[in-house]
Design a binder for this molecule. Structure first.
Ligand code: CAP
Ligand code: MG
Length: 412
């Protein structure tokens, strides 16, 4: 193998082999550059090439990627499995989502999708529970899980936070969740919040006769996250929440390893994902971020609200389908719909995303005119009505909390 040049990485006749990792890129070549040239440079820079032609000797393993299926704005690139360190998301991403995102050869480039070969998938743990959390850790088999995040996001005292948790569980939600920027601050320290919220959860399980969960945010430096996960398990917790983009993939993999021993399910929040996926022509798609999260082994992940609610979404339905699809035997991941949801749009939401999901509402519960417990009941009843095939308006005739919610927020 001698003289590797940028243009050596293109082969329109290439037939991928079963062990290849296939990546789909959306490309906008720089001025004066053709799609073929740009795609070839992407394959080169993301595998073993560089800007200068190389004189590689016999003792160098050929790990070249190949750009092989190119149209007006899209290229497929096949990577040989030997290029990758099995089980290391950071190493894989340094190839397929690394230097190439900043190459001058393209004005923009976005990693759209990946097709994962069995040999790479086998290196990862994958989810411990996936959507089985509905029946293994909760009593939500056959219906969407309901969850809530106390608002305001930060500033509530531990006393108030625990009290809101009680009200929400009593009103009917399955899961209480911390907000993304609540971790271990002076106004509501982690250990006290964990201890008291989990004790309250026990009481509310007795009171309601339903299993409940607390998605406590352990997000921190990696060793500290593991320590917090152990603390949660020691105090009877069954779930932890991690902000997977801000902590980074290596940390997520470490937490997943720890959670195997501890028997904890991982709820993945995705704050900062939009830095990668908001622009539809550049970055890394949410579809791919969700794929990395499934490999790393989270059990739930936020994937948006199918265009409803307050936040911009990329193809929630397609991503959710991928999370449930077969991936060489790896468990599925339960999608979480969140962001500006309220009882009045639950019907439309579940029509779009199906019922094997978690429906999460903050403002749409705690902003209820009659308070958190009423808001929680309205959300739960809206979800149950959908599963029973009953309209929200009909259910509201017998559930005053839902009637008030529909009156307050409407059905759009
Ligand atoms: C929702 C939320 C969630 C976002 C995350 C918030 O609160 O707690 O973090 O939904 O977005 O802080 O905005 P509301 P995504 O129910 O009051 O809107 O699921 O898209 O990652
Ligand atoms: Mg939040």
């Amino acid at each position: 193998m001698t003289g590797i040049e940028y243009d050596d990485f293109l082969d329109s006749a290439y037939e991928p082999v079963e062990t290849d990792l296939i990546c789909e890129f959306r490309l906008d070549p720089a001025a004066g550059m053709s799609m073929d040239e740009a795609a070839s440079r992407v394959a080169s820079e993301s595998s073993n090439g560089t800007w200068a032609p190389l004189q590689a000797g016999e003792d160098v393993t050929d790990l070249s990627a190949v750009a092989f299926d190119i149209d007006a704005d899209r290229a497929l690139v096949a990577y040989p499995a030997a290029l990758f360190e099995a089980g290391s998301l950071p190493q894989i991403l340094s190839c397929i989502a690394g230097n190439i995102l900043g190459m001058k050869a393209v004005d923009s480039i976005r990693l759209m999708d990946c097709e994962w070969p069995a040999s790479l998938v086998e290196g990862f743990r994958g989810p411990q529970f996936g959507s089985e959390v509905r029946s293994e850790l909760l009593d939500a088999d056959g219906r969407p899980i309901t969850a809530t995040v106390p608002k305001p996001k930060v500033g509530l005292s531990t006393d108030r936070h625990v009290e809101i948790g009680r009200e929400a569980w009593r009103g009917g939600v399955d899961l209480l969740k911390d907000d993304e920027n609540l971790t271990d601050q002076a106004f509501n320290p982690f250990e006290e919040r964990a201890r008291r919220s989990l004790a309250a959860r026990d009481e509310l399980e007795d009171e309601t006769g339903e299993r409940k969960g607390y998605l406590i945010n352990i997000t921190a430096e990696t060793d500290e996250m593991v320590r917090r996960a152990e603390f949660v398990a020691d105090h009877g917790g069954r779930f932890v929440m991690v902000d997977i983009i801000t902590t980074g993939w290596a940390a997520v993999q470490t937490v997943r390893e720890a959670c195997e021993e501890l028997g904890l399910a991982i709820h993945a929040h995705r704050a900062m994902h939009a830095a990668f996926d908001r622009l539809d022509h550049h970055g890394v798609s949410m579809r791919c971020l969700a794929q990395f999260a499934r490999l790393a082994g989270v059990d739930h992940i936020h994937t948006g609200t199918a265009g409803l609610g307050k936040l911009a979404n990329e193809d929630t339905v397609g991503i959710n389908e991928w999370l449930r699809s077969d991936l060489h035997g790896l468990n599925d991941v339960l999608p979480v719909a969140s962001g500006g949801l309220h009882p009045g749009i639950v019907d439309q939401l579940l029509d779009a995303v199906g019922t094997n999901v978690c429906v999460q509402a903050g403002g749409g519960i705690h902003g209820h005119p009659d308070g958190t417990e009423a808001g929680a009941r309205a959300l739960r009843e809206a979800v149950e009505a959908h599963v029973d095939g009953e309209s929200l308006e009909r259910r509201a005739e017998t559930v005053p909390e839902l009637a008030v919610a529909l009156d307050e927020w409407g059905t759009e």
